[in-house]
Ligand binder design. Structure first.
Ligand SMILES: C[S@@+](CC[C@H](N)C(=O)[O-])C[C@H]1O[C@@H](n2cnc3c(N)ncnc32)[C@H](O)[C@@H]1O
Length: 371
C-alpha cells in the first residue's frame, strides 16, 4: 500500500478490504466458514435463510403481493444466503418467488463470479449489479437487507485526549510498516458531526470507532425501492452501550483463521477488519433519509418470532440438525444475544409504530425524529 501522507483509517480499511486486486475480500471467497477466518449466521446452515424467506414473504403478503417486487441483498459474498432464501421461498410460496427480482449489488468481480455460479439454478430471478444505483431507473416495492454487512463498512478510529477527540490516522512507521498518528486535529465536518452525540468527559486515551457513511450507503438502496423496508443483522449496540466509558479500547477487531486480534495495521489485505455497529447511528441515518424504525431486538428474539410457525410445523417430527442450527442462531450464549436486528420502514404510509421498549433499546431521543 503506497502512501504520500497519513491516511484516514476509513481509507486505509477500504483499501485493505476492498482494493480490487489486493483487498481481503477481492480474493477467492473463502473468508467465511470452517476453513475460512470467521463464521456468520449464514455459515451455520440454511435455517437462517429459510427464516428470512418467511419474513420476506410475510412482508410481501402484507404489502398486497406486489408483482414484481424486489429483494436487494448487500454483502451477498459467495451467494450462499441468496441460495438459501430463494430455495426456501420457492418451497413456501412459488407465486412470491415467480414475482421476485433478487438484486445483488457487488463491486468485486471475484465475488460476483462466485454468486453467478452458486445462483445458476435461480438465474431467472437474480439480477447482478456492480452498484445499487443501477436500480433507481425502476424502483420496485421490496426490502434491502444484509447480514454482517454494516460491520464491514469502513469506519474512523478516534481517541479522546485532553482537548477532545482526535482522529487516529495511518502513517508509515520507521521500520517501513504502518503506524498510528494520533495528533491530527479533528478537521472533518462529517466526523465532527458523528462524534457530537457521543458527549464528552471520556478517560484520556479512550479509543473507539465511528462510521460516517451509513446515509451514503442507504440512499442508493432506497432509490431502488418505491416502498418497503431496510433490514440489518449485525453485532453491535445502541449508542450509550457502545460508547460506555468502560469500553475504552473500542470494538475494532481483526480476524484470521478464527483468531481475533486487535491490530489492523499488521497485515492489511490478509486479515478481516471489523468493528461493532452503532445501531442508534444507523437508525438516525435512515430516519434522516425518510425511514421509520419498526423494530430493534436481539437476533434470538427476532428469529424466534419469525420462526414460530416453522417450529410448530416440526412438532412431533423434529429434525435434529435444523433445530441445532436454530439453537446456534438464537441461544443467548451463541449468536442470539450478540447479534441484533433493525427493521426500518420506507415509504410506508402507516408503519407500525416503534414500541416504547424498542425505542428505549435503540436510545432514540424523541418521537419527533419521525418515529
Ligand atoms: C462479513 S462478510 C458477510 C458475508 C455474508 N453476508 C455472510 O453473512 O456470510 C461482509 C461482506 O460484505 C461485503 N461488502 C462490504 N461492503 C460492501 C459494499 N459496499 N457493497 C457490497 N458488498 C459489500 C464484503 O465484500 C463481504 O462479502
Amino acid at each position: 500500500m503506497a502512501m504520500e501522507g497519513p491516511l484516514d483509517f476509513s481509507a486505509f480499511m477500504a483499501t485493505a478490504l476492498y482494493h480490487p486486486a489486493l483487498g481481503y475480500y477481492a480474493r477467492e471467497p473463502r473468508q467465511v466458514g470452517r476453513r475460512g477466518d470467521f463464521f456468520t449466521s449464514v455459515s451455520v446452515g440454511p435455517v437462517f435463510g429459510a427464516l428470512l424467506a418467511r419474513r420476506f414473504r410475510a412482508w410481501w403478503q402484507a404489502a398486497g403481493s406486489p408483482q414484481p417486487w424486489r429483494l436487494i441483498e448487500c454483502g451477498a459474498h459467495d451467494g450462499t444466503l441468496a441460495a438459501d432464501i430463494l430455495a426456501a421461498l420457492g418451497q413456501l410460496d412459488p407465486a412470491a418467488l415467480a414475482a421476485l427480482e433478487y438484486a445483488i449489488p457487488e463491486p468485486l468481480p471475484r465475488l460476483q463470479a462466485a454468486q453467478r455460479e452458486k445462483l445458476q439454478p435461480y438465474a431467472e430471478h437474480v439480477r447482478f449489479l456492480t452498484r445499487p444505483a443501477e436500480l433507481a431507473a425502476r424502483p420496485l416495492p421490496g426490502i434491502a437487507f444484509g447480514n454482517e454487512l454494516l460491520d464491514s463498512l469502513p469506519f474512523e478510529v478516534v481517541e479522546w485526549q485532553a482537548d477532545g477527540w482526535h482522529p487516529c490516522r495511518v502513517g508509515c512507521g520507521p521500520d517501513g510498516g504502518f503506524s498510528w498518528e494520533t495528533q491530527a486535529p479533528l478537521d472533518t465536518p462529517a466526523l465532527a458531526a458523528a462524534l457530537a452525540p457521543l458527549g464528552s468527559g471520556f478517560p484520556i486515551g479512550y479509543r473507539s470507532e465511528v462510521r460516517t457513511g451509513y446515509g451514503g450507503f442507504f440512499a442508493p438502496l432506497l432509490a431502488g425501492l418505491s416502498s418497503g423496508m431496510l433490514l440489518w443483522f449485525d453485532y453491535g449496540h445502541a449508542r450509550p452501550d457502545y460508547y460506555h466509558p468502560s469500553r475504552h479500547q473500542g470494538t475494532l477487531q481483526t480476524f484470521s483463521k478464527h483468531r481475533a486480534a486487535a491490530d489492523p495495521l499488521l497485515d492489511p489485505g490478509a486479515i478481516d477488519i471489523t468493528a461493532d455497529v452503532d445501531f442508534t447511528a444507523v437508525a438516525e441515518a435512515a430516519i434522516a433519509l425518510g425511514c421509520r424504525p419498526l423494530r430493534f431486538c436481539s437476533q434470538g428474539t427476532w428469529l424466534t418470532g419469525v420462526g414460530r410457525e416453522w417450529l410448530l410445523a416440526m412438532e412431533g417430527q423434529p429434525d435434529a440438525g435444523l433445530l441445532r442450527q436454530f439453537q446456534t442462531l438464537t441461544h443467548p450464549a451463541q449468536l442470539g444475544a450478540r447479534f441484533h436486528v433493525l427493521e426500518l420502514a420506507w415509504n410506508d404510509p402507516a408503519p407500525a409504530p416503534l414500541t416504547a421498549a424498542d425505542r428505549h433499546r435503540l436510545a432514540l431521543s424523541a418521537p419527533s425524529q419521525g418515529t
